[in-house]
Structures are given as structure tokens and as C-alpha cells.
Design a protein around this ligand. Structure first.
Ligand code: BTN
Length: 265
């Protein structure tokens, strides 16, 4: 992409095969966080609006972490969703998006991208994509959902604090990836998975998600408040929760908190 905002929006829209997702694109050379920008414009913009930035100066990760978003190297974008679903069905949007992004990356690059529960996309034992979903609920009704997606596309170097756990599509593939084309593939695939989920939230994505989930079958450590426990990740429930089997044979339902997977960052 270049310095001309209209041209960049055309590059992102040209050949885009979606029905509602990313029909409205806000492209910004720089922003604090695309999730924050979506929140600022949510009341005046339609379902499916995408805010995409060349760089973020205050990119946010899960659990209050910083998301490094250097200029021109990645896809840093957030989607505004105004779905007609119950608040308790929101959690799975994040899994649905993780699956959609993972599938699109696999198709576009041929790389063996997998999912680290709940929604990191990894290659080998390193992360290439993180997703941060934020929701506003009023009177038990969802006002809107912001799904922020960060993908390290053409990053060649990472800061010291993340270099052991982060990688990019170009590092893994050995070639420069066209970000606009990848964007279009991701939007197309995500729309398909979101449409399925919104029209039938109970149908689940279980089989496809499970097939690509690198966490299952591995030893994990779960941090919950001040305590931690170890076990083996055995299944994912229809609710999106992770079931962890402890050494004594009992199981724990993990719906939040941080899971560290042995062998993956
Ligand atoms: C994580 O794995 O911790 C989630 C990272 C989410 C990063 C993306 S980049 C686009 C959007 N804007 C943000 O500030 N965060 C998300």
C-alpha cells in the first residue's frame, strides 16, 4: 500500500468477493488502535465495517498486553459486528474468527497454520496472528462486537521480548506476501464462517476447529487468578470451553485465564 488513501482502499476492495464484510473500509496510515477506532465510530457505521491501519501506536493484545504493530509490515484491522445473537454466544465469535483466519492463511500461503486455543494462529511453535474481541452489551442486548485481528505478514525482525515466540508469514514462507490479496482471502473466508455461525450459532465449528487446534492432546498449564495447574487438553466443548484432564483423572473447564502449551511459546 502507498500514501494515497483512496488508492489503498481501492486496492483492498478490488476483487473482494464478500457480500457484507469490508464493504465499508476505513483505511488509516496510523492510529492508536484499530479496536479503539471502531469503538469511536461504531454508532454511525454499519455491520461489517473494517478499520485497517498501516501502523498502530498503541496496539492492544489480550490480557492487557501490548501488540507490536510496526508500519507497513502486517495486517492490523478491526471488524465492527452488530449480530443478532445472544450475549452468551459472543465468546465463540472469537473462535470462529480464529478458524476463519487460520483457514484463509493456509489457503493463501500453503503454510501449515494451526490454532492455539482460543484464537492465536501459529506456525510451528510461534505466533503469527492474535485476535482481540471486545463487546458492548446494553440491557442484555449486544450493541456491537469489535473483532481485532493482528497478523505478522512481512515482518522480518521482532523486538527482543517477543522474538522467541513470534514469527511472520514471510519468515515462514521465505517470500514477501501481498497484503491486499491476503486481506481479501481473509475477509471472504471469515464472512463464510461468520454467516454460518450467525444463522445457526448452535451448529458449531467443532470438527473443523478441532482438526486445526494444536492445543489438543498437549500438556498445558492453566493460570487462574493466583493459582496454576497442569493437565492435558482433551477436548473443546460446543461452548468453546477447553476441557483439561488432570493427573488424578478429573477434568477442569477452562473458559478464561491463560493457557500455556508445552512445546508452544
Ligand atoms: C492477542 O493475541 O493478544 C490479541 C492481539 C490482537 C491485535 C489486533 S491488531 C488489530 C487490533 N487492534 C488492536 O489494538 N488489537 C487488535
Amino acid at each position: 500500500m502507498n500514501n494515497n488513501i483512496d488508492e489503498n482502499i481501492s486496492l483492498l476492495k478490488d476483487g473482494l468477493k464478500t457480500k457484507w464484510l469490508a464493504k465499508n473500509i476505513i483505511y488509516l496510515p496510523t492510529v492508536d488502535s484499530t479496536n479503539q477506532e471502531v469503538k469511536r465510530i461504531a454508532s454511525t457505521h454499519p455491520h461489517g465495517t473494517v478499520v485497517i491501519a498501516e501502523q498502530q501506536t498503541a496496539g492492544k493484545g489480550r490480557l492487557g498486553r501490548v501488540w507490536s504493530s510496526p508500519n507497513g509490515t502486517g495486517l492490523w484491522l478491526s471488524i465492527l459486528l452488530k449480530p443478532e445473537i445472544a450475549p452468551n454466544q459472543i465468546a465463540n465469535i472469537t473462535l470462529v474468527c480464529g478458524l476463519g483466519v487460520c483457514k484463509a492463511i493456509r489457503k493463501h500461503t500453503g503454510l501449515n497454520a494451526l490454532i492455539k486455543w482460543p484464537n492465536d494462529v501459529i506456525i510451528g511453535n510461534k505466533k503469527i496472528c492474535g485476535i482481540l474481541t471486545e463487546t458492548t452489551v446494553e440491557a442484555n442486548r449486544i450493541s456491537y462486537v469489535v473483532t481485532g485481528i493482528g497478523i505478522n505478514v512481512n515482518t522480518t525482525e521482532f523486538d527482543n521480548d517477543i522474538k522467541h515466540k513470534a514469527t511472520s508469514l514471510s519468515i515462514e514462507s521465505g517470500s514477501v506476501i501481498n497484503r491486499e490479496n491476503l486481506f481479501k482471502e481473509i475477509m471472504f473466508t471469515l464472512e463464510k464462517y461468520l454467516d454460518n455461525y450467525f444463522s445457526n450459532p448452535n451448529d458449531g465449528i467443532y470438527e473443523e476447529y478441532t482438526a486445526l487446534c494444536a492445543t489438543l492432546g498437549r500438556e498445558v498449564t492453566v493460570s487462574r487468578g493466583n493459582s496454576t495447574f497442569n493437565g492435558k487438553a482433551v477436548t473443546i466443548e460446543a461452548t468453546g470451553d477447553l476441557i483439561v484432564e488432570l493427573a488424578n483423572g478429573t477434568t477442569e473447564i477452562v473458559s478464561s485465564g491463560e493457557v500455556t502449551v508445552q512445546g508452544i511459546y
